[in-house]
Write a protein that binds this ligand. Sequence first.
Ligand code: HEM
Length: 127
Amino acid sequence: MNPVDTPLRDTIDEAGIAALVDTFYGKVRSDPDLGPVFEGAISDWGPHLGTMRRFWSSVMLRTASYHGTPMQKHAALPGLTPQLFDRWLVLFDRTAGELFVPELAAEFCTRAHRIARSLQLGLFYRP
Ligand code: HEM
């Protein structure tokens, strides 16, 4: 049962993506390991949340509303580790499962894990 007893979302739309992004980064900010990494890099959360809504809208709804360079942004972050990526994915999976029916939560998680893997390949396993 999800905490507030609201029905799980059975469609992926902009409102659901906004709920996912806002809830997820709420958890990230209060996480003892991930929180400081984000707080060190982001001074104004409004634009970041907007970017992340557009990112997920582009990934899940193919709206092409996100234009950016995630690899460069993450390469510039000090202190990123594979363990932090694992934690990021735990919180993401949990949030998706709290908001969406299992089939749709799984779609988000599959995409997140795939992108996290490719970011990590670029960041940590360069020959
Ligand atoms: C340990 C894991 C992660 C950490 C600590 C992290 C942290 C951050 C931070 C601090 C920024 C803002 C950078 C800036 O504006 O200068 C950022 C941007 C972003 N992150 Fe992550 N991130 C992580 C994993 C991921 C994953 C797994 C994804 C995708 C599934 C992702 C997608 C993005 C995107 C799309 C941006 C926006 C880049 C842009 O400005 O165009 N991140 N991340």
